[in-house]
Design a protein around this ligand. Structure first.
Ligand code: ARG
Length: 492
């Protein structure tokens, strides 16, 4: 007999209806969290004299058994893990005891609590994985402060830069992605338990105590808000989307750079696939899937936003439909971060090709115009015009054939005003261009070394924050474990 439906309802839903209604599949992610929540709840119920010690002890040992059996022992004809777990508990310890676990609680506050617990673990692991990716980018950057490569705007050769500068750009974006995930963590790790259906409860529950036992950073202060909101989910997922956007841009570059047209890097074989028909092919499938999973993650975010849009307060079953999107997005983003790290740390950098490519496309034109300004004092717009005309002449200057340049045009007009051939030569040297760009944020090696040190310092604080979070959560679960043991010993 279904412990939930037997009172109010007579007809049983058929299989099709059950399948439509069930959250059992996505609830696999909540099983362990649900047991933690149950334990903290019953420990608090006993302390508040809402249930007695012997019932509390019996429930706790029943929960231990259920945990050991695993989710597969639960009756999947129930609509969700929460009620299936309670049904199994009642089967083990009897209704007179097991039927007391759900006192002063609803599945509405229960599920919100479980999702927050499971999500905080995901967020912490994600922060660590992005930390490791940034460390890998920094490691590669540290070897390439002087590796000259083309910098692009509009995917056209623009100005020379270095691989260190380019990778540290990605690292800087990813550090902000970590900060956003950490911000979402702070608003996720808050306790809804005690809100019950939405109107809280007349039992004298101690919400501070469950907050402490579950390692939450605070208690949600309005019980209707506590069960109604999924903003923590939306915020986390928008953090995922931002992060995936960063990764997709990196993926796109790795794909482009591996083509015969760019030929700047070679991805490791383990991060490549081949063709079933074209024996010569080496394809960047991992990077392509990373790019594609951005769509999966964005879709999941939009799904949750749309599910929550215009939903009247408080709990509605619609909210159940949001949760699987969260897990799908979390899996996609975490695996993509790991793939990115692997690709970055194993790829081969074709330094010589990067250098040769940097000499194409008159990427030093800006520096030539700047040099003209500095040496002759003419306005930048005029210098821009002169150098633009040189570029249009089609004789784009490239080292070492300086003579091919229609520098006559420039010389004719400007030698009298103090521009020497040596000045022009220096302006046209990509490495010299880079070393001149030593302002904060620029690609000059001494400046990218400073950036790298700053990024590594930030990585250190990220690692510290992850340790602090894990320590707090671990301490709480250790304490809960000890409190449960204590109750059991007292009864033994
Ligand atoms: N499976 C439900 C969910 O994920 C749990 C809460 C059910 N509550 C209810 N009143 N039907 O949202």
């Amino acid at each position: 007999m279904n412990i939930l439906r037997r009172g109010r309802l007579s007809a049983e839903p058929d299989e099709d209806i059950k399948l439509f209604t069930s959250s059992m599949e996505a609830d696999r992610r909540l099983f362990e969290a649900d047991i933690e929540v149950d334990r903290a709840h019953v420990v608090m119920l006993r302390e508040q004299d809402i249930i007695n010690s012997s019932d509390c002890a019996a429930i706790l040992s029943g929960l231990e058994k259920i945990k050991a059996e695993g989710i597969s022992a639960l009756d999947t004809s129930y609509e969700d893990v929460h009620i299936a777990l309670e049904a199994r508990l009642i089967e083990i310890v009897g209704e007179d005891t097991g039927g007391r676990m759900h006192s002063a609680r609803s599945r509405n506050d229960e599920v919100a609590t479980c999702i927050r617990l499971a999500l905080r673990t995901e967020l912490t692991a994600l922060m660590e994985e992005v930390h490791d990716l940034v460390a890998a980018l920094s490691g590669t950057a540290s070897k390439h402060h002087e590796t000259v490569m083309p910098g692009y705007t509009h995917t056209q050769h623009a100005q020379p830069t270095t691989l260190a500068h380019h990778f540290l750009a990605h690292a800087s974006a990813l550090l902000r992605d970590i900060e956003r995930v950490n911000g979402a963590y702070g608003r996720t790790n808050l306790n809804p338990l005690g809100a019950a259906a939405f109107a809280s409860t007349g039992f004298p529950v101690d919400r501070k105590r469950t907050t402490e036992l579950l390692g939450f950073d605070g208690t949600l202060g309005n019980s209707m808000d506590a069960v109604s909101t999924r903003d923590f989910m939306i915020e986390s997922m928008s953090g995922f989307s931002n992060l995936m956007t960063s990764l997709s841009r990196m993926a796109e570059e790795l794909i482009l750079w591996s083509t015969s047209e760019f030929d700047l890097i070679e991805l490791d074989d383990s991060y490549s696939s081949t063709s079933s028909i074209m024996p010569q092919k080496k394809n960047p499938d991992i990077a392509e899937l990373m790019r594609a999973k951005t769509g999966t993650v964005n879709g999941a975010l939009v799904s949750v936003l749309t599910i929550c849009k215009a939903l009247p307060y408080s709990y509605n079953r619609d909210l159940q439909e949001a949760t699987p999107h969260l897990w799908r997005a979390a899996d996609a983003v975490r695996s993509s971060v790991r793939m990115a790290r692997g690709m970055v740390s194993t790829m081969k950098v074709k330094k010589e090709n990067m250098k040769l490519s940097s000499e194409k496309g008159f990427m030093t034109a800006t520096e030539l115009a700047d040099t003209i300004v500095r040496k002759t004092g003419i306005p930048f717009r005029t210098a821009h015009h002169i150098v633009g005309a040189v570029a249009r002449s089609g004789k784009t200057p490239s080292l070492p054939d300086l003579d091919a340049i229609s520098l006559d045009l420039i010389h004719e007009k400007l030698s009298a005003r103090g521009l020497s051939e040596k000045d022009i030569k220096e302006a046209l040297d990509p490495a010299a261009n880079i070393s001149k760009r030593a302002v904060t944020g620029g690609p000059a090696p001494k400046e990218t070394k400073r950036q790298l040190a700053a990024i590594r310092k930030k990585l250190g604080s990220v690692a510290g924050e992850i340790r602090r979070i894990r320590k707090k959560v671990k301490a709480a679960s250790g304490k809960l474990e000890r409190d449960c043991k204590h109750v059991l010993q007292e009864q033994a």
